[in-house]
Each structure stands twice: as structure tokens, then as C-alpha cells.
Design a protein around this ligand. Sequence first.
Ligand SMILES: CC(C)(COP(=O)(O)OP(=O)(O)OC[C@H]1O[C@@H](n2cnc3c(N)ncnc32)[C@H](O)[C@@H]1OP(=O)(O)O)[C@@H](O)C(=O)NCCC(=O)NCCS
Length: 185
Amino acid sequence: MLPDLPTEMESQRLILRRWKTSDLVPFAAMNADAKVMEFFPAPLTRPESDSLATRIQLHFDERGYGLWAVEIPRVTSFAGFIGLSTPRFEAHFTPCVEIGWRLAAEFWGHGYATEGARRVLQFAFQSLALPEVVSMTAAINQRSRRVMEKIGMTRTPQEDFDHPLVPQPHRLSRHVLYRSRRCLT
Ligand SMILES: CC(C)(COP(=O)(O)OP(=O)(O)OC[C@H]1O[C@@H](n2cnc3c(N)ncnc32)[C@H](O)[C@@H]1OP(=O)(O)O)[C@@H](O)C(=O)NCCC(=O)NCCS
């Protein structure tokens, strides 16, 4: 039985919501963009993008939370996703809950990722009462690391790791791990 969790959350400028069928076309366009996918092995084809959307929705069905679709009222009905996932590979920090984000490039540079990520961390600690949330990215992904740092996550360099799903040697294999712990005071 899933706890009684909200299906939608708001921050100052964003709505974080469950996915709609109409999200699939802009999601595929975002995932096909080489700029957005610079720090992933390759852009996604339409079937790969649809299959990722299905996995995201299954995660919501199973756990009641996940990678929320981001809507920006008066700007766009779909800007990308921000939310929580549970990595399926094994590493020194798994099992864990991970915070992550991917926005279409036209919506970068407005602070939307940071704003949405702060709201998601609040949900993770207050609604889910998680003791900790982690985030990881290719070490060379400075934009994403900057979001992690702005939302107060911290990295211990000794925890850097080679991602088990990226074949080595590869420019993306070295990953950084950031952590955020629930403040108990
Ligand atoms: C990672 C990603 C989400 C970051 O997006 P972003 O728009 O650069 O991130 P932010 O929301 O923090 O916004 C950044 C800039 O908006 C600017 N900004 C403009 N208006 C702002 C406002 N009202 N409030 C805050 N910042 C604002 C700031 O200058 C800020 O840059 P700075 O912190 O360096 O000064 C985006 O680059 C992305 O989707 N990348 C591809 C996918 C990816 O790599 N995901 C991570 C994989 S692990």
C-alpha cells in the first residue's frame, strides 16, 4: 500500500506533475537534442524516449513518486523532468534514491532546474522522510554539478566512481556523487 502522496507539487514558477500522453512528443524532441544529451552516451530515438517515459510512469505507479514532468505556467506545458529515481545498478552507495533533472535547452538559464530540485528535496525529506538523497553525474557535466551545489548537496572526492553501465575507457565513465542528508533539527 502506497503512502498518501500528492500527485502534483508547485514551486514559485513551476508545476511538477504526473505525465500526460501529450508530453511524449516534446520529450522525444528533448531527448533527440545532442546539446541536452551531451553527457549521455547518445541522443535517444523516438522508441527509446517512449520506453524511458514508460519506465518513469511505472516508477510512479510502484512508488508514488518519480521524475515529475515540469510545466511552467504561461511558458510551456512541458519543459522536461525533475524528480526522484532509484538506480538499478549496484555501487558503493546503492540502494539509494537519486535526484535528477533534464530540461529542454530553451529552458536553461532561468534557474528552473534549481527551483524544481529544491522542491523535490523538500518532498523527499518531508513527505517521504528519506534520510538521504544522492545525485550523480559525469564528472565533466558542470551544469548539473552546479545545480547539485546550489541546492546544498556535497561531494566527497573519495566517492567518485566509474559508472558501471558506461563501458571503459569513455569520456563519461568517471562520475561524481553528491549527497544531501535530512536535517533532523
Ligand atoms: C542540468 C540542467 C538541468 C541545468 O539547467 P540550468 O538552467 O543551467 O540550471 P539552473 O536552473 O540552475 O539555472 C542556471 C542559471 O539560470 C540563471 N537564472 C536566470 N534567472 C534565474 C532565476 N530567476 N533564479 C535563479 N537563476 C536564474 C542563473 O544565472 C543560473 O546560473 P548560475 O547559477 O551559474 O548563475 C540542464 O543543463 C540540462 O537539462 N542538461 C541536460 C541534462 C543533464 O545533463 N542532466 C543531468 C544529468 S545527471
